[in-house]
Design a protein around this ligand. Structure first.
Ligand SMILES: [Zn+2]
Length: 171
């Protein structure tokens, strides 16, 4: 039964995709957010098994529950709002940097600040999607995920191709 070898890469990709913006002004801007989104997604995807170490296939409790998934969706909305604020601030920094000669310390200051804001905005927005990807993958295994706490084998999405299909779970 695969564990982090599936959860980590999937969470990273989901995190990256979730923060990818078509309206990014440059490849650098896009890449900064996407890389940090991937790192956020990686953390999010690792979290459930950090909170509930996967000793057995039936280790899934509260952190692996549908309730945790709903909480992650709620947190995601707050994170998106925060991301919006930080991206606006980053935009202000970009304008500030332009007020000074490109070689100046002021430009470097505002550019650094812009990069930090973009990185942070990608990171916070990537965590919840990564967490959700973990729960979704676990819900596809025969053990499923519980509604609230103890594992009852509840599967919100019916496992498809159970034999030889998606068998991502936790060790
Ligand atoms: Zn797990």
């Amino acid at each position: 039964m695969p564990g982090r070898d599936v959860h980590w890469p999937v969470g990273s990709v989901i995190g990256a995709v979730s923060v990818s913006r078509a309206d990014a002004r440059s490849a650098e801007e896009w890449l900064t957010e996407v890389i940090w989104g991937a790192l956020g997604g990686l953390l999010g995807a690792a979290l459930p098994d950090m909170l509930e170490p996967a000793d057995t296939p039936r280790h899934r409790g509260g952190a692996h529950s549908v309730l945790a998934g709903l909480t992650a969706i709620w947190i995601n909305q707050q994170a998106r709002r925060l991301r919006g604020q930080w991206l606006e601030e980053a935009e202000t920094c970009r304008h500030m940097a332009r007020q000074y000669p490109s070689w100046s310390a002021e430009t470097r200051y505002w550019r650094d600040r812009e990069a930090r804001l973009r990185s942070a905005s990608g990171f916070v927005a990537g965590v919840s999607p990564g967490y959700l990807s973990h729960l979704l993958l676990d819900s596809q295994t025969p053990a499923g995920i519980p509604l609230v706490g103890t594992s009852t084998g509840y599967r919100p999405v019916k496992a498809r191709r159970r034999a030889g299909g998606i068998t991502a779970g936790c060790r």
